[in-house]
Ligand binder design. Structure first.
Ligand SMILES: O=C(O)c1cc(=O)[nH]c(=O)n1[C@@H]1O[C@H](COP(=O)(O)O)[C@@H](O)[C@H]1O
Length: 314
């Protein structure tokens, strides 16, 4: 089951870090993309090849330091089929390197359509009795805006295929409060979503005691995260906002339970494009090493903050 594998990886690697594989062609080092532009011109094919080479180097450098990777599909989808091919190959490579994959797809639609998303990203598609795995990731992010029935559609595949999902509860963006913080019948909308997540978590408990239905709770709103931690005790939090969006290790402590578990912290740009921090002596030629160094620093900073609050598991 996804959650048991995630907790196992966290404990083995002593790391609560997730690296977001969000490639932006403008930030991929010239030493990588230049070769593909020479070979294929400024084409979708060249970009997709550059992304794949870049991702593989990042994965090679962080696979023993992080619990999971989180490719955000928009960064691939924007390059059409070539881009999606790079997404699939990236996921396959990460899997070969022993990493868990959280496909950041943020889907959600009416029931039968959600089921099609579940088939694509969690389960299988059935072509007249022949099963095919299309995107093959371990867990996904899901948008709850259409209501609880639409989230239920993912549960069957989560249980059948041992997968997981993280439901958007409190997001990191500046406008997240506009809808999520509204008070309706005495409760904030994000609290209502948290109740839905908590109910679903009971149906998907792993042997580790946590559930394969988790929640996205942003590091940029630590006060809300503290309350949410109590409302969803069995759900793992996927915590974005660390690094590039301004949150630090101290901001994520309350996303963890007293047992030192309960959250994975994502950083995308801050790690994969760390080579740009030339003041640290990083170079574009050694962009993989720079990512590794930043992932190690992030792991250690989080462990230190947890330790000083009596919440370090190891
Ligand atoms: O679901 C997410 O991962 C997510 C939710 C959220 O509230 N905020 C957020 O930034 N994210 C994603 O987390 C990643 C953050 O990237 P960086 O800001 O570069 O670390 C991006 O892939 C976002 O799409």
């Amino acid at each position: 089951m996804f959650i048991d594998e995630l907790v196992k990886a966290i404990k083995e690697k002593r790391s609560n870090v997730v690296v977001g594989l969000d490639p932006r062609i403008e930030s991929i080092p010239e030493v990588v993309k230049g070769r593909y532009f020479n070979q294929y011109g400024k084409t979708l094919k060249a970009v997709a090849e550059a992304i794949l080479e870049f991702n593989k180097e990042i994965i090679d450098n962080v696979c023993d330091v992080v619990a999971a990777v989180k490719p955000q599909i928009a960064f691939y989808e924007q390059y059409g089929l070539e881009g999606l091919d790079a997404y699939i190959k990236t996921c396959k490579y990460a899997k070969e390197k022993g990493l868990l994959i959280i496909g950041d797809i943020k889907r959600g639609d009416i029931g039968t359509t959600s089921k099609a998303y579940a088939n694509a990203h969690l389960g299988n598609v059935d072509i007249e009795g022949v099963e095919h795995e299309t995107f093959a990731v371990d867990s996904i992010t899901v948008n709850p805006y259409l209501g609880g029935d639409t989230l239920e559609e993912f549960i069957e595949d989560i249980n059948e295929f041992g997968k997981g999902m993280f439901v958007l509860v409190k997001t990191s963006n500046p406008g997240s409060g506009q809808l999520q913080d509204l008070v309706v019948e005495g409760k904030r909308i994000y609290e209502v979503v948290a109740e839905m997540v908590d109910n679903l978590s009971q149906k998907t408990l792993g042997t580790c005691g946590y559930s394969s239905v988790g929640a996205v709770v942003a590091a940029t709103y630590p006060e809300q995260a503290k309350t949410l931690r109590k409302s969803m005790p069995k759900s793992y939090f996927l915590v974005p906002g660390y690094g590039a969006q301004g949150a630090s290790a101290d901001d994520i402590v309350d996303c963890f339970n007293e047992d030192g578990l309960g959250a994975v912290i994502n950083s995308s740009r801050g790690i994969i494009f760390a080579y740009k921090k030339s003041e640290k002596g990083y170079t574009q030629e050694k962009y993989g090493e720079a990512a590794r160094k930043e992932a190690l620093d992030m792991r250690d900073a989080i462990n230190k903050a947890l330790e000083s609050n009596g919440k370090c598991y190891w």
